[in-house]
Every structure is written in structure tokens, then in C-alpha cells.
Design a protein around this ligand. Structure first.
Ligand SMILES: O=C(O)CCC(=O)C(=O)O
Length: 203
């Protein structure tokens, strides 16, 4: 794949085209129908709120993930998600065991500033992020130096890869927009490490 690498100190962020617009529209329809969309609860500054988007945590049975104060036991792979997981192994060389699927129904749906830095993702996690549907802006901002930032419009069929120390030094978000925008599905494929197994291995 032909990756565009962005110059951002301490980060490893790349973008490529995964598929064309026609194929992206097909993926959108399948994913929209197949995924059992849920409203996740988030804990922010000690308060519980409904996440401003619909989501679903999917993966291998052992890929249990705790984020924003909630423990998620994975749903089983749907056919479309298993195909995409296998395609990412071929195209990006990563075998991911889980995916957080997100549905942004319109411009009011969003995701606040955060990093994907939970311990079960390991030290320098590789996150593969596929987008289908409406184009939305994705922003990255250094935790300490506000001059270090990047804004990308993620089109349907794009594949964003974050790796290395990106999660350690940067936060990312997907802001609301007042622009009329079509619904968007985003899939962030990840690898959850077996924490007990890892601990046992190092004992
Ligand atoms: O929707 C996106 O592009 C980003 C999603 C995201 O950052 C997340 O779910 O952790």
C-alpha cells in the first residue's frame, strides 16, 4: 500500500486508500446492517455520560477491553468485520484481534480528546482505522506542546495507521460539525494483549 507519512515529532501517523468510493459504500451498507450498535457509557471527570455516537466492541473471545471506566466483553466477529480484519493482515501486515466500531449518525455525533493508551493495548500500539460514509475531520494534538498538531479529513475508503509513540505523546478527537454530513462508520482495529498471560510470562 502507498502510505502518506505525516511529519509529526514523536508520532507515526500514515494514511492510505483502502478501497474506492463504490466499494466503501458497499462496506458501509453491510456494516450498518450487521453490527449490533449500542450506546456505550463513558466516565469523564467522575461523571457517567452516554457516548455521543453508537459503538460496538467486537473481537476474539479473550479480547476483553476496559476503556472510559467500562469493561467490554467482545461481540463475535460479523462476516464483514472478519473479511476486513483479514484484508488488513494482507494490506497492512497487522493481525488485529479486535475492533471498536463507531457509527456517527450525523454532525452532532463526535468523540472527545483521548488517546488509545489502555494497558491491554501494549506499549506502542498499532491502530488501524478504516472510514466509510461521510467525510469527517480527525485531529491530533500533542499532550504538552500545542504547536504540534495535525488535522485530516478522512474520506470514505481511507485507512489511517497510528503506531510507535503516537498514543503516548498525542491525543486525538473527532469534533462535531454544523455542516450537513452523511452518517459515517469508523472501525479502529486493535490488538488486545492477554494481560494475565503476559504477567505469567514475565513472572
Ligand atoms: O472516528 C474516528 O475516526 C476516531 C475514533 C476514535 O478515536 C476511537 O474510537 O478511539
Amino acid at each position: 500500500m502507498n502510505w502518506r507519512l505525516y511529519e509529526l515529532p514523536g508520532a507515526d501517523v500514515r494514511l492510505t486508500r483502502f478501497c474506492d468510493a463504490t466499494e466503501a459504500a458497499r462496506w458501509f451498507t453491510r456494516l450498518h446492517e450487521e453490527i449490533p450498535w449500542e450506546r456505550h457509557r463513558l466516565r469523564i471527570f467522575g461523571r457517567e455520560i452516554d457516548s455521543p455516537r453508537l459503538s460496538c466492541w467486537i473481537g476474539d473471545a479473550e479480547a476483553v477491553y476496559t476503556y472510559s471506566g467500562t469493561r467490554f466483553v467482545p461481540h463475535a466477529w460479523t462476516p464483514a468485520l472478519a473479511e476486513l480484519r483479514d484484508a488488513l493482515l494482507v494490506h497492512a501486515g497487522e493481525r488485529c484481534n479486535s475492533v471498536l466500531a463507531n457509527l456517527y449518525r450525523d454532525g452532532r455525533d463526535s468523540m472527545g480528546w483521548h488517546s488509545d493508551a489502555e494497558p491491554e493495548l501494549g506499549v506502542e500500539p498499532v491502530i488501524l482505522s478504516l472510514s466509510f460514509g461521510g467525510v469527517r475531520r480527525f485531529r491530533l494534538r500533542h499532550r504538552r506542546d500545542p504547536r504540534l498538531r495535525l488535522e485530516l479529513d478522512l474520506p470514505a475508503g481511507s485507512l489511517l495507521r497510528m503506531a510507535g509513540s503516537t498514543q503516548q505523546f498525542y491525543r486525538h478527537d473527532l469534533p462535531k460539525t454544523a455542516r450537513p454530513v452523511a452518517a459515517r462508520i469508523n472501525l479502529t482495529f486493535r490488538t488486545i494483549h492477554d494481560m494475565l498471560g503476559d504477567r505469567a510470562a514475565h513472572a
